[in-house]
Design a protein around this ligand. Structure first.
Ligand code: AMP
Ligand code: GLY
Length: 416
């Protein structure tokens, strides 16, 4: 099977790594990729947001499957362009990707499907904003309606800050605060059949102790030793299957990866958000634990034949990933700094720990930073404590001037 992956973050590196280890995959391509993905896939300098260009590339490569990683190309309709060219594509249509692209649309789908989520108002005027903030009280949860790379959400006890963020958005969702730990649960779906993956937990705040601003995600781990073993079945029944059924009923079936961001509240599970693609950095730990070869499952989802697949098979190992970010992330990051120590990780920590590249590029012989989240070190172990130890040992070998990472990823879950 010839596979083309679209995107160039650590999530796509994780996908490409798994696909490169899959005996069904005979050729692996990625556009645009990054310096790390170049080691496992052939890169193509194609704009991921240009559906016609992606479809042309896929046709030229005689790809059997295209996997679209990030949300921006999905929301731009890249999966539609690939399917229109007659090539199976793992990734939802532009219409179905609105589940991520518009928080107001997601709320509408959840209401229709009876999916539990935070009560919310969609506001466009100053009066509506003030009324909604007043109705829910502190802590305030204010979400830009559109895509914002995980940075459009402000959760604050400060009314002025909440109001200022709300007023800076064209359309804003203001909602009830949900208390309780967060879980990311992914499902692969062909629009009818839903195959859940294993749950993971992400660390959204920039600093240790869940302090600082929201980011795209600073680390993740799986499994969740504290979670109810029935969680996956419960979320399948109350969230994933009803949402997939509702989108099919609307004539816009969701085909690809449905990401449910959940809060486990004292009153039960609530959806915080949906995403229309694999999460980053959760994918790094989920795929590290997946035993089932990935390509065939993604192809069945793309072709609408997922009902022929058995449940996925998972390793007992635990996995931890730690994101190394540039100076000043999630603000405008500093880029162009050399990254050293990657060879040492490969020599001393493999195969239990490895580096997945995100914002990196090759500059002559050097690899330099090229984005906010630069790379993500992933490690496996017999339990979370061992996976953590290996991940942080490898992070310690990487030298990037001004870089930052959290030191408490999976610490509590490991019982430390
Ligand atoms: P989102 O982009 O919707 O996932 O929001 C980013 C982060 O903001 C989430 O992972 C939560 O940590 C936080 N958040 C979002 N919505 C809520 C809510 N209703 N209650 C509490 N925290 C929230
Ligand atoms: N880790 C959060 C996200 O992928 O949106």
């Amino acid at each position: 099977m010839k596979v083309l992956v679209i995107g160039g973050g650590a999530r796509e590196h994780a996908l490409c790594r798994s696909l490169s280890l899959d005996p069904d995959v005979t050729a692996l391509h990625c556009a645009p990729g990054n310096a790390g993905i170049a080691e496992v896939a052939e890169l193509h300098p194609v704009d991921a947001l240009d559906g016609a260009a992606v479809a042309r590339l896929a046709t030229g490569l005689e790809a059997d499957l295209v996997v679209v990683g990030p949300e921006a190309p999905l929301v731009a309709g890249v999966a539609d362009a690939v399917r229109a060219a007659g090539i199976p594509c793992f990734g939802p249509s532009k219409e179905a990707a609105r589940l991520e692209g518009s928080k107001a649309f997601a709320k509408d789908v959840m209401a229709a499907a009876g999916v539990p989520t935070a009560r919310s108002y969609v506001c466009t005027t100053h009066d509506e904003i003030d009324e909604a903030l007043d109705a829910f009280g502190a802590p305030y949860v204010v979400k830009d309606d559109g895509l914002a790379a995980g940075k459009g959400v402000v959760v604050t006890g400060d009314l002025e800050q909440a109001r200022a963020h709300a007023r800076s958005c064209d359309r804003v969702v203001i909602e009830e605060y949900l208390d309780g730990p967060e879980v990311s649960l992914f499902a692969i779906t062909d629009g009818t059949t839903v195959l859940p993956l294993t749950p993971a937990q992400d660390f959204k705040r920039a600093l240790d102790g869940d302090e600082g601003p929201n980011t795209g995600g600073m680390g993740a781990y799986s499994p969740l030793p504290w979670a109810d073993p029935k969680l996956v079945d419960e979320v399948m029944a109350s969230v994933l299957q009803p949402t997939v059924d509702e989108l099919r009923r609307r004539g816009t079936p969701f085909q690809g990866l449905l990401y449910a961001g959940l809060a486990i509240t004292s009153r039960g599970v609530r959806v915080i958000e949906f995403n229309a693609r694999f999460g980053d950095p959760e994918t790094q730990v989920v795929l590290a634990r997946l035993r089932t070869p990935l390509a065939r499952v993604l192809l069945h989802a793309a072709k609408g034949t997922l009902d022929s697949e058995p449940p996925l098979n998972w390793r007992d190992d635990a996995a931890v990933t730690v994101v190394v970010a540039s100076h000043n992330y999630p603000g405008t990051p500093r880029t162009g700094d050399p990254i050293e120590g990657l060879d040492e990780v490969a020599a001393k920590d493999a195969p239990h720990a490895y580096v997945l590249h995100a914002g990196t590029r090759r500059d002559g012989d050097a690899i330099v930073s090229a984005g906010g989240r630069v790379l993500s070190v992933t490690a496996t172990g017999k339990d979370l404590a061992e996976a953590r130890e290996r991940a942080y040992a490898a992070v310690g070998r990487i030298r990037l001037d001004g870089s930052q990472h959290r030191t408490d990823i999976a610490r509590k879950a490991a019982g430390q």
